[in-house]
Ligand binder design. Sequence first.
Ligand code: PMT
Length: 394
Amino acid sequence: MKFIVGVSGGIAIYKVVDLVRRFKKRGDEVRVVMTDSATKFVTPELFREISLEPVMTTVFNNEETAAHIKWAQWCDAMIIAPATANVIGKLAAGIADDALTTVAIAMTKPLIIAPAMNKDMFNSAAVTANLSILKQRGVNIIKPSSGELACGVEGVGRLPEPVEIVEQVDKILNADKRLSGYKILVTAGGTREAIDPVRYIGNRSSGKMGYAIAKIAAEYGAEVILVTSSSLEVPPNVKCINVESAEQMRQAVLSEYETVSVVIMAAAVADYRVAEPSKQKIKKSEDTLTLELVKNPDILLELGQRKQKQILIGFAAETQTVEANAIKKLKKKNLDMIVANDVTSEGAGFGVDTNIVTLITSNGATPYPKMSKTEVAEVILNELLSFLLDTPHG
Ligand code: PMT
């Protein structure tokens, strides 16, 4: 592998000397780019001797022209260690005012950062927010470890040992990308059907199930579109389309349908909407209020009718005769798989972080024990992979 190691100015820099040595020892090629502050801790010569490659400390006066672009294109990944609060802030803000940040901003390959600093700095609102921005953009973050810090206090903020960084880098880069090349649309959350400008009919769906599927699908390398009525944090590398009502969800799903290989509908779509939502806030006058409801379109049914090459996966939120009802939906909506969950069971269904599901296909039903929604997402996507391997879907 070809790595660029970006070194910023922190006391943990001494570990990065060993990190570069370890990469070199196992045959990786390493080029080092240093911030000005980093050169106050160790000299570029040290890294040059260990890496046997040029070390970049400025965007000017390099042997090559546009060296920052060429370096970014040359490598398979860039690792910034230690990543100081300053460098993290600059990356989050898109500031490129030195060699390290200029190479980092030109990176199209995986960018991995290993923050290391005092615990109060690490826990500060600014660093937390900046790391969250970077995570959203798909930057991989190696968590600092806990222990005695350079400033003498105990806490989280230590740069992990070089051997651990190497392990984590390998794990990140070899992560399972078996859904790479597939475009997957996932729906999440409960739709909101307007009663008037301030009220709506909703349901208990939090969006957690759908977001977990979107997250794992993106980690598996798929191009993911999340159509959601929920406002949870969007997982990295996921394109999010926000909707409110069933009709808006239908429009968003249909507009992408032709281009996707797979649709997974975890959303709880309202079956009915208010026939004529009031344009003004309804005043409290009578003792009773009657709302006329009309049927919403069944999005999944429509997708099943229009299906060409797509794999369709639905969910069935049931409260009784779970499997039989789910099988009926599988057939009626022309699905390849349905994920049945008894939403009355403890630890299953709406709002919670776990679910208890049975995966049903034309080959039969497979029940699973209570698992985290992330694990449920993995099970569903692994089952999806067997469909994709059977039939090549573009
Ligand atoms: O969001 P969470 O809090 O994590 O909760 C997860 C969940 C309970 C919402 C999820 O696990 C789940 O069961 N989602 C499906 C909820 C649902 O609407 O089930 P249903 O049996 O009514 O619908 C069957 C399928 O048809 C679903 O895939 C649904 O998205 C789809 N549908 C339903 C009605 C409709 N008008 N259009 C649809 O496309």
